[in-house]
Design a binder for this molecule. Sequence first.
Ligand code: ADP
Length: 531
Amino acid sequence: MKPLRLLKPAAGIDGAAASRRSRAVAGLAFILAATVFWVDAFTTIESAIAVLYVIVLLLSAEALTTRGIWLTTAACLLLTLSAYVIGHGLAYDLPALLRLAVSLAALFITRALIFRNDMFRTELLASNAALSDSERRYRSIFEESRVALWERDYSAVRTLLMRLKSSGIVHLKQHMTRHPEVIQDCINLIRTVAANEAARTLFGDLTADLGELPMRRYLTPDDATFIDLLAAIFEEHAHFEGKGHLITSDGQKRLVLISMSFPEDRSAFNRIIVGMVDITAREMTQKALLEAQAELTRASRAATVGALSASLAHELNQPLAALVLNAQTMLRWINRETPDLEAVRRSAERMIRDSQRASDIIHNTRSMLSHELRAPEPVNLPDLIAETKALMEHDLNREGVTFEAHCAQAADTVDAVRIELQQVLINLITNGIQAMSSTDIADRRLLVSTQRRDDGFISICVRDFGPGIGEDVMPKLFAPFFTTKPTGMGMGLSICRSTMEARGGELLARNHQDGGAVFDMLIPTQEAARG
Ligand code: ADP
């Protein structure tokens, strides 16, 4: 069973003294009760002496628990009634009965008042506890926050700004340009009440009395953010956010993000919380990143120009070589004793054709660079292959290579850009010729065939009978500037693949089971595009 606790529990550091005091008060109440009872029961004083039990009750309210007060009330009632019976018996005595009623009423009323008082006190204590709890929470958030927090008194600044407003000033910033001393006045009026650990770390030594710490010590003169902040107070905004520079105690300039809220209640302007985040490092990183990006753009532009020159040099090589060759042939025909004008005419025609091709290559490369792709048009593949063979005649003859073409009927026309297909074809044929010239095989043949594939693509297949593509070469085959040739540029296959892919096609390489390399140019048809 729980012990019946009647004395108020003592709390706090003075617990023992409080408990001694409660015991003394309870003892006093007991003596008073006994005295009142004795006077009431055994003397002939004709008055409502029992009313004095009210004092007993009030004393008990000081020293006893609620249960103790209830017991005291019951005891006082019992003593009042007993004293009445002892003093007057059970005989009817109206004045005595009235006195009894007054005493009992006084006891009841006092008990009710004590009860109400207790309730108010409990409520007050609870709200006080909640208040100090929230104050403690606020303090711990303030102190432990990793954001630099300041508690500042802006009330005087607000009063000054509002005075300016009521004097008819509408544009604060304009006014401040004419009267810069107002900014200084505002700076001097702001008082720092508290700063948390993060603020101390950010600004260095803040051991000086915060109230005395002048704002001017960490504000740069003509600070635009500070003027924006004053304008926000002037225009009665609910909050302010800005980026500004501050000077730390060791004189360093830091870039901070400032954020603060203004209360609706103007009297609360004496406790404004200002949050600051140091973004100096972030801003510097961002600046470095932007510079690196600009550098990269410059470098990639330079690389594009480089790749373009390499591509042009590579692609123009063949038509220019052909031009020189035809010009030499033409000279030979002219220098004969009897010039063969018909042969001269053929050479001149070939020279015109080669020049046209060179000009087409330049035009196409330029439009690829400006992302203006030429529109595809129907290209007859057997014609294209025959024409390409004619262009390569000299190279084929020189290396003793036989050229064979097998064109499937179902694949005689594609929608493509003729010059592009021809360039790829010339590259593949040149590579094939070069691959075979590096070996001493007798069967030097180049097979070019076309076919319509099941997946809707039309393929032009170029097969040679050279050594094939080495296992180590295969993964790097299409990489720009990859070459195994002493005077090679390594741009041909890379350009060919991009040319095919830019039109939705593909360029694949493999080795033939019977030897030699095979390159498949895949050209999309409308079915492939739908598929
Ligand atoms: P380049 O001809 O200037 O070397 P390419 O991009 O055209 O540049 O070719 C890259 C490399 O691919 C060549 O150096 C060669 O090693 C390999 N290669 C290309 N075509 C063939 C082929 N038909 N047979 C074997 N290897 C080839």
